[in-house]
Design a binder for this molecule. Structure first.
Ligand SMILES: [Zn+2]
Length: 295
């Protein structure tokens, strides 16, 4: 996918910055096939969309959970039916358009209410068309969502920290981890000992966009995860899985930014944004938005 500059479609500076960040963080060309499925363990699949983002499908005895809905430019709803016939519970880890873009294809979607407004915005017809044109992807008709041109409002249901989804023989817990966005959540699969972490635990976590919270808030979320027992593996929204020790490296990375030990280097061409690294972890940030008081 080619890197794109801002296109004055949205009329909202904050959202434009988010869009540029999402489209600017990959350098892949659209993949063929558009959806690629990898079985990770019994009843668990990773669905990679155009080599841009990871979605996950987790099956229990009675129902399956779809974790994130990708960009929403292809027919995800029917594709999922080819993987499992189980009734679906759909959850967005956060609002960004490469994670919630396909939510309009499902009757109802769970997410944290702090991200509701942004999910609704990215679900609009105008924005879906913008996504397609920005990616320069020409999908065959067989892959397109049949009512692509209809305006659908995403029907959102709230999740709360500690909420448990029971898929039958598999329980999945919501952990609220604000930072990357205010409504970012992770999903802890108690059966497999796996944490589905959206954009909270990628190799590079973006904390510089306007919708991100101060680094001190993100650090609290990382410490909350590090103190949780019950998982050994992270399945992130981008990149390959990490072991849980990765969270300690992220914590040290953020701690060094907050303490001034790491002054960072400019992050791509984004004015003011900087990036620091520690071990396998990298974090981009806005030097003006470190402490909670700067929120
Ligand atoms: Zn994101």
């Amino acid at each position: 996918m080619k890197k794109r500059s801002a296109i004055p479609l949205v009329g909202n500076a904050m959202l434009l910055v988010i869009v540029v960040n999402v489209f600017g963080q990959s350098s892949v060309t659209p993949a063929d096939p558009w959806f690629r499925v990898d079985k990770l363990r019994d009843g668990v699949w990773r669905i990679s969309e155009g080599d841009i983002d990871n979605m996950y499908l987790v099956a229990g005895r009675d129902s399956a959970m779809l974790i994130d809905t990708g960009l929403g430019i292809a027919n995800l709803r029917d594709f999922i039916k080819t993987v499992t016939p189980l009734p679906l519970i759909v959850v967005n880890t956060h609002a960004h358009l490469d994670h919630s873009g396909g939510s309009y294809q499902f009757p109802r979607v769970y997410a944290h209410p702090d991200d509701f407004d942004m999910i609704r915005f990215f679900g609009k017809k105008q924005f879906r068309k913008y996504t397609v044109s920005s990616l320069q992807v020409d999908l065959p008709d067989s892959l397109k969502f049949p009512v692509y041109d209809s305006l659908y409002n995403v029907n959102l249901l709230p999740v709360r920290d500690g909420q448990i989804f029971d898929l039958g023989d598999r329980k999945i817990e919501v952990i609220h981890t604000p930072g990357h966005t205010a409504g970012s959540i992770c999903l802890l699969d108690h059966k497999d000992g796996v944490l589905y972490s959206g954009d909270t635990n990628n190799g590079l976590v973006q904390l510089h966009p306007p919708d991100a919270l101060p680094l001190e808030v993100y650090l609290q979320s990382l410490e909350k995860l590090a103190n949780r027992i019950g998982f050994h593996t992270l399945y992130p929204g981008h990149d390959l899985p990490f072991d849980r020790d990765f969270i300690r490296e992220q914590i040290e990375c953020v701690r060094q930014i907050i303490s001034g030990e790491c002054d960072g280097v400019p992050y791509e061409s984004l004015a003011g944004a900087r990036v620091c690294g520690y071990g396998r972890a990298r974090v981009s940030y806005d030097p003006e938005k470190i402490a909670v008081s700067s929120r």
